[in-house]
Design a protein around this ligand. Structure first.
Ligand code: DP6
Length: 321
């Protein structure tokens, strides 16, 4: 039986998305900028379900009962492929799932990539963006490598700002916990949008953060990019924490890392951090400082593990047999 496998990498936002537009198309209420990461990956294999009329999803070998992230992209893609196949989807992550490491972004991007190849439909980029976004609002950014802008004012057009080789920064992903998050991003965003008194400020600052980050990336200015990225991250976590009920993804291990990062910066190293909907902290740094940063975090915090990686590339199909 024909099956197709594709790989996609997660992405971490430097200017983040937290909050959706009204309607049921899962559209972010703001623009975002991300880096795609190397080493970490979602590998997704699809084939037709020849046994019964249902889609089935397995993540890391376990069958999932919640198909709400995969059915909207599949329905959109099948309107293009004109196929009414039901699919068996097997997705594997080489990193903890649903713990703030963007597994849904890479999982959906690899599914869309596998689907396109499986049905030979040669999608336009805007169609891939649309299909991915229906599964996860941050997923379209994983359709490209390097530094990526997703512009909500231009139909969510995704553009590559720099390729990974244009500015070869390194990334240290510090795993504070591999537990699944208690509140999904999807639920958390809805709560924040309805209840946080700073949600409006968060929407209003987006344009300033996007244009500042774009300029800093094009100029390869790590000091300016650090200021914007960390300000954006702190404000998003303030939106979360001022929500009712308050949402807190950071733990004291995350805080320990922030202290070490600030100390390292004070002693002249070039690095900055970002934190998503989980306790993990992602450090972006210049290559000459990465080893000392890794050792300092390992020695002085209770971090479980550090994944040392680089900026990654776009998704790819790895077999079409
Ligand atoms: C904090 O893309 O996971 O990582 O659209 O509901 O799937 P859904 O949410 P998701 O949210 C990402 C939130 C974030 C910030 C970001 O990646 O921009």
């Amino acid at each position: 039986m024909k099956e197709t496998t594709a790989i996609a990498h997660p992405n971490f936002a430097l200017v983040k998305y937290w909050g959706k537009k009204e309607g049921n198309q899962n559209r972010p209420a703001m623009s975002s900028i991300s880096i795609t990461v190397d080493s970490m990956k979602s590998k997704t294999t699809i084939h037709k379900n020849a046994s019964n009329n249902m889609h089935r999803l397995f993540i890391d070998g376990k069958e999932e009962s919640d198909l709400s992230r995969v059915i909207p992209p599949i329905e959109y893609l099948s309107s293009i492929s004109k196929s009414d196949d039901y699919l068996i989807i097997r997705s594997e992550n080489n990193f903890p799932t649903s713990s703030g490491l963007a597994s849904s972004a890479s999982g959906i991007a690899s599914l869309v990539t596998a689907y396109e190849a499986h049905y030979e439909i040669d999608l336009k980029m805007c169609e891939k963006v649309q299909a991915s976004m229906l599964g996860s609002g941050s997923s379209p950014r994983s359709l490209m490598g390097g530094f990526v802008l997703m512009n909500h004012n231009d139909k969510y057009k995704c553009t590559q700002i720099l390729q990974k080789s244009d500015w070869p920064l390194e990334i240290l992903i510090c795993i504070a916990s591999s537990e699944r998050k208690k509140i999904s991003s999807r639920d958390g965003m809805e709560i924040s949008k309805r209840t946080s008194p700073v949600y409006r400020d968060w929407l209003n600052i987006n344009h300033k953060h996007v244009s500042g980050a774009l300029k800093s990336i094009k100029e390869r200015n790590i000091v300016n990019l650090q200021k914007i990225t960390e300000e954006n991250c702190k404000l998003m976590h303030k939106v979360m924490e001022t929500s009712k009920p308050s949402i807190k993804y950071m733990t004291n291990v995350t805080e320990q890392c922030i202290t070490e990062i600030e100390n390292l910066r004070a002693s002249g190293h070039r690095l900055f951090y970002t934190i998503d909907a989980g306790p993990q902290i992602k450090i972006i740094c210049s290559p000459e400082s990465s080893q000392i940063i890794k050792k300092t975090i390992e020695d002085n915090t209770d971090i479980l593990k550090i994944i040392h990686t680089k900026i990654g590339g776009p998704p790819r199909v790895i077999n079409e047999d």
